[in-house]
Design a protein around this ligand. Structure first.
Ligand SMILES: Nc1ncnc2c1ncn2[C@@H]1O[C@H](COP(=O)(O)OP(=O)(O)OP(=O)(O)O)[C@@H](O)[C@H]1O
Ligand SMILES: [Mg+2]
Length: 509
């Protein structure tokens, strides 16, 4: 295994780790070495075993076989507290702060400095937190409640917590999935500072450019097995994809030319006070329209109002020429509209229910009511979609909650595609989905559009927007500020509009 000949010994190492969940072999003989002062990426497709590996390092899972070595000595972590005491800090994709405690209390939970009288020394806690924030170069009030912090700020708090107990190893599982470009830049600069201070970093992301930007070394997993550990210096993105997928990738943005038909969705002067105003646009049959903009521009809010999850204060939505009843997702679904939401945990899935149940949930009526027949149909349909989306699962009767993050996202997509909609609204359709499957999802959207489906796509992934959309609508601070046909949509034009530099020009009617 390509290790440095000289230089520091690994802080933390895994040797020949195996872990199974029932019949699923999540990890098989995986080894990994983390060096001080080095950021190490963990790459692999959805379900490859990345999160499982991290949970093994974090003391959440006990490996079935293999060893964890800390400074060369075997250790056994019986729980997350053991790993933390060993100087290992883990930042999960969904932050784990207590919403009703302040930032300072979250950071020093259970180990607050005390006064000579034995009371919690609030001033010391405040001061120590402020010092951590200064060290990280961020401006967050220690007294502020965790509730309401952006995901990016919550992650900064998690990192401050890691700093506060002098973590020597910082592990991050898809920390950037929900961040904007500038938030990611800030996170990376914080991580760089820690790394330069000698910490070892383990980083997971499906965005390859981030891996190349932040990390020096990469370990790739495929189907729970170790494929390679190597320096990133000599590698290209294609090399990395080949390690992950085991083959060359097909064309990345498989956009098909389509014949655009009549208007499928028409949104007229839609307004929600204080959120978005006077938003008007159309999506025609066979068209893929992207709604671009910065996080917070109001894109998700618009599509939720279109679908009726939120009620607009003014304006109309027409589908296939008929006006939709406002604020009624049931009416929208009956008219053939489907919305794949951004947040799969909150709106997309029932985690305890089975995969086939989740896929079947939205189309129950159409499958008829006979128990056995329905179950058979449900299973048949779920299998079809599982194949189309390359879902990695053990049994269709397994709970969705045991699937890997990216595979849960695929189930949300399957569930809505299975309703056979006329208008498909997707909010961040490929967030958390690996490169290979991403191309597959794009191919699917493209071919559905070619068959006449109208697609409205909210995406923060600019290459995805530019690669897939026939037209790009750009929002800035609650307003539609630009409408760019495919030929005119470039990174520069879209970003200029999204940051308000184009406001007033080319605004959609
Ligand atoms: N608690 C569990 N019970 C059963 N199976 C599990 C459990 N946790 C993970 N698995 C399975 O182990 C395999 C690896 O999952 P893991 O979450 O490690 O993948 P991952 O590489 O993090 O993928 P992603 O990129 O989608 O997050 C998957 O097949 C998953 O379904
Ligand atoms: Mg994962």
């Amino acid at each position: 295994m390509n290790q440095p000949d000289s230089g520091p010994a690994p802080v933390l190492a895994l040797t020949d780790i195996s872990k199974s969940f029932g019949a699923v072999r999540a990890l098989q003989d995986v080894s990994l070495h983390l060096y001080p002062g080095e950021a190490h990426a963990l790459a692999g497709e959805n379900g490859a075993g990345k999160s499982t590996l991290i949970k093994t390092l974090a003391g959440v899972h006990r490996p079935d076989a293999g060893q964890v070595l800390l400074d060369g000595e075997p250790v056994v972590f019986n729980g997350p507290a053991d790993a933390r005491d060993a100087g290992i800090a883990v930042i999960y994709q969904e932050p784990t702060l207590f919403p009703d405690l302040s930032i300072a209390e979250n950071i020093f939970m259970g180990r607050q400095p005390r006064t000579s009288l034995g009371r919690i020394d609030r001033r010391a806690v405040h001061g120590a937190t402020a010092a951590l924030m200064t060290r990280l170069g961020v401006d967050l009030d220690p007294e502020r409640l965790a509730r309401g912090l952006s995901i990016a700020d919550q992650q900064i708090v998690e990192i401050a917590k890691a700093l506060s107990f002098d973590a020597r190893v910082l592990i991050m599982d898809e920390p950037t999935a929900a961040l904007t470009g500038s938030e990611t830049a800030r996170l990376f600069s914080v991580v760089r500072t820690l790394r330069e201070g000698g910490a070892a970093v383990l980083f997971i992301s499906h965005r390859l450019e981030e891996i190349f930007e932040l990390c020096q070394r990469v370990t790739t997993l495929r189907d729970g097995r170790w494929v390679a550990s190597e320096l990133l210096g000599g590698l290209t993105e294609d090399d990395l994809v080949r390690r992950m997928v085991g083959r060359d990738l097909d064309e990345l943005y498989p956009k098909q030319a389509t014949t655009v038909g009549g208007t499928a969705l028409s949104v007229r002067r839609l307004t929600r006070e204080g959120v978005f105003r006077d938003v008007s646009f159309e999506v025609r049959e066979g068209e893929i329209v992207a709604l671009a903009g910065l996080v917070g521009a109001g894109r998700s809010e618009v599509v939720q109002a279109v679908f009726g999850v939120d009620k607009a204060d003014a304006g109309e939505v027409h589908v296939g020429g008929e006006r939709l009843r406002a604020g009624s997702p049931t009416a929208a679904m009956a008219a053939g509209v489907a919305l794949v939401p951004e947040d799969r945990r909150q709106r997309g899935l029932v985690m305890e229910a089975s995969i086939e149940r989740n896929i079947g949930l939205t189309g129950l009526d159409r499958l008829g009511s006979g128990g056995l027949v329905r179950r058979a149909l449900e299973r048949g349909r779920a299998t079809d979609w599982a194949v189309k989306l390359q879902l990695k699962y053990n049994r269709l009767s397994d709970a969705v909650g045991v699937l890997s993050g990216g595979n849960q996202q695929k189930v949300v997509l399957a569930k809505w595609l299975a309703t056979d909609p006329a208008v498909l609204i997707v909010d961040e359709p490929t967030r958390g989905i690996d490169v290979g499957t991403k191309a597959e999802v794009h191919r699917l959207l493209s071919s559905l559009a070619a068959e006449g489906l109208a697609v409205l796509m909210v995406s923060s992934d600019l290459p995805e927007v530019l690669g897939m959309a026939d037209r790009v609508l750009v929002m800035h601070e609650g307003r539609l500020v630009a409408e760019l046909p495919r030929a005119e949509a470039t990174e520069e034009t879209v970003m200029a509009a999204a940051t308000g530099r184009l406001a007033g020009e080319g605004a959609a009617a």
